[in-house]
Design a protein around this ligand. Structure first.
Ligand code: F3S
Length: 465
């Protein structure tokens, strides 16, 4: 996902911002935008008139790194083309800067400064410092990144939202304590640290008062929320349990009490922490969307173990049954990795069979990407690209068939949608950016809920009246 931003009266310092990567990075971009705004600087969508360009990068997999590097190089090339913009400064922020700033300082001398997560709130003084002094030609870029970031926003952290008015991301925690062997994110985002329930509720209240109709709760692991503060240490398989301290269930019940008509959407939950208490809470809180995002990554036990997922096939299968029984009509979204090192044909067939049996309402499949610095990168048994590609294609084709059958079965149903743009809406089963769309009559008011009837299906999308 990428976003670039808005507004620009004359006379002020103008900043261009390119935001890459996930919703967590987007919230970081919003925090930078809020601090720029507070310092009297303005965002401009026009890179050619910017005094400073910020590229907020992603570094999750190779393709994301390439996109980030491409965006930095393009920003640099562009300022070279415009003589009056030779003085434009180029700042690289986000996960790639957090992880690789020392290396990038040498390989990308055209960048003026690298900043990490702990510098998000310092963006304005950093810009002022860069503009105040001329950099010598030979001088290396400034590196402000501090290792093991600790930053976590609060309800009053300045923020300028870059999402449409009716939907917002709420970052309830930052960092991750899980040891997944394929993932580099904990090395970039640090240890898990939760916000307080009061802080999140204050932010949510404000957002709802501003007209937000959908609060998307995000973090690296939403189900671990609060557990980092439990008196008795919560291990990697600890269950959501409000008797032990702050928990996702307590947070959901507090958010449910906020007056108004809005959805609370749960993204990035980890199967290891799901408890019956969480299932019951979702069932009892009508504002919590009947939708859950729970990345599973695989179902074969040898693969789950090699991925260090802290769960077993049996645990996952039981959990899905319990969630579907406890919250009837819930849409389950998950992601799998095809072609992990050592994945046998049998492991992969087990995965396909599981997808066929479970019939997830929403599903994404990634081809395994070898990331330096991860345990999985050092494993034996890396598969050729063509094997990863063909497995990915088979899994996607299977899900496409299931999705088509599910869309066709929805015809005739009455559903509630949130209108995103004239003629375009999302159902409760569709998160922003990643899921399907519902085509609706153009006259339905944007940013409001509407009740519609599905009249036809078009691949993953629905058509409603
Ligand atoms: Fe998100 Fe990419 Fe960082 S997925 S957490 S921006 S590595």
């Amino acid at each position: 996902m990428s976003a670039s931003a808005v507004i620009a009266p004359a006379g002020c310092l103008k900043v261009g911002l390119i935001s890459l990567g996930c919703a967590k990075n987007l919230v970081d971009s919003e925090i930078m935008a809020g601090h720029l705004h507070k310092a009297g600087m303005v965002l401009t969508p026009n890179a050619d008139e910017a005094d400073v360009m910020i590229v907020n990068t992603c570094s999750f997999i190779d393709a994301a790194k390439e996109e980030s590097i491409g965006a930095i190089l393009e920003a640099n090339q562009r300022r070279g083309l415009h003589r009056r913009h030779h003085a434009q400064k180029l700042i690289v922020a986000g996960c790639m800067a957090q992880r690789f700033a020392s290396e990038l300082r040498t390989s990308m001398p055209e960048v003026d400064a690298f900043i990490g997560l702990d510098q998000l709130t310092q963006i304005a003084p950093i810009i002022e410092g860069l503009l105040a002094r001329d950099r010598e030609e030979e001088e290396a870029p400034e590196n402000f990144v501090t290792p093991q970031p600790r930053f976590i926003p609060d309800f009053d952290t300045p923020r300028f939202r870059l999402t449409p008015n009716h939907t917002a991301y709420v970052k309830i925690a930052e960092g991750c304590n899980h040891p997944c062997s394929f993932c580099i994110i904990p090395q970039m985002r640090g240890r898990h640290r939760s916000r307080t329930v009061d802080s999140i509720v204050a932010e949510a209240r404000q957002l709802v008062a501003e007209g937000v109709r959908e609060l998307n709760l995000i973090s690296q692991d939403t189900t671990y929320f609060g557990m980092d503060r439990w008196e008795e240490k919560a291990g990697p398989r600890a269950l959501v349990d409000s008797t032990r301290g702050d928990s996702l269930t307590y947070l959901l019940r507090e958010l449910q009490k906020i007056e108004g008509d809005f959805w609370i959407r749960l993204l990035y939950t980890h199967p290891a922490h799901w408890s019956d208490e969480l299932i019951t809470t979702i069932a009892e809180c009508p504002k919590v969307a009947r939708y859950v995002d729970m990345p599973l990554q695989h179902i074969s036990d040898p693969m789950l173990e090699a991925m260090r997922r802290e769960t077993s096939s049996q645990h996952i299968r039981d959990l899905i049954k319990r969630i579907r029984a406890g919250v009837p009509g819930i849409a389950l979204r998950t992601t799998f990795i095809a072609g992990f090192p050592g994945e046998t044909q049998e492991d992969f067939e087990t995965l396909l069979q599981f997808i066929e049996e479970t019939r997830f309402e929403r599903l994404g499949v990634f081809r395994y990407s070898r990331e330096d610095g991860t345990r999985a990168a050092k494993r034996e048994g890396h598969l050729p690209s063509r094997t990863k590609e063909s497995r990915w294609k088979r899994a996607m084709a299977l899900q496409r068939r299931i999705a088509l059958e599910q869309s066709a079965a929805a015809v005739g149903r009455k559903i509630r949608v949130l209108v995103e743009a004239p003629g375009l809406a999302r159902s409760e089963a569709d998160a922003p950016e990643v899921d399907a769309r519902v085509f609706v009559p153009e006259n339905l008011p944007v940013g409001q809920f509407a009740e519609v009837t599905v009249v036809a299906a078009k691949e993953y999308d629905l058509i409603a009246e």
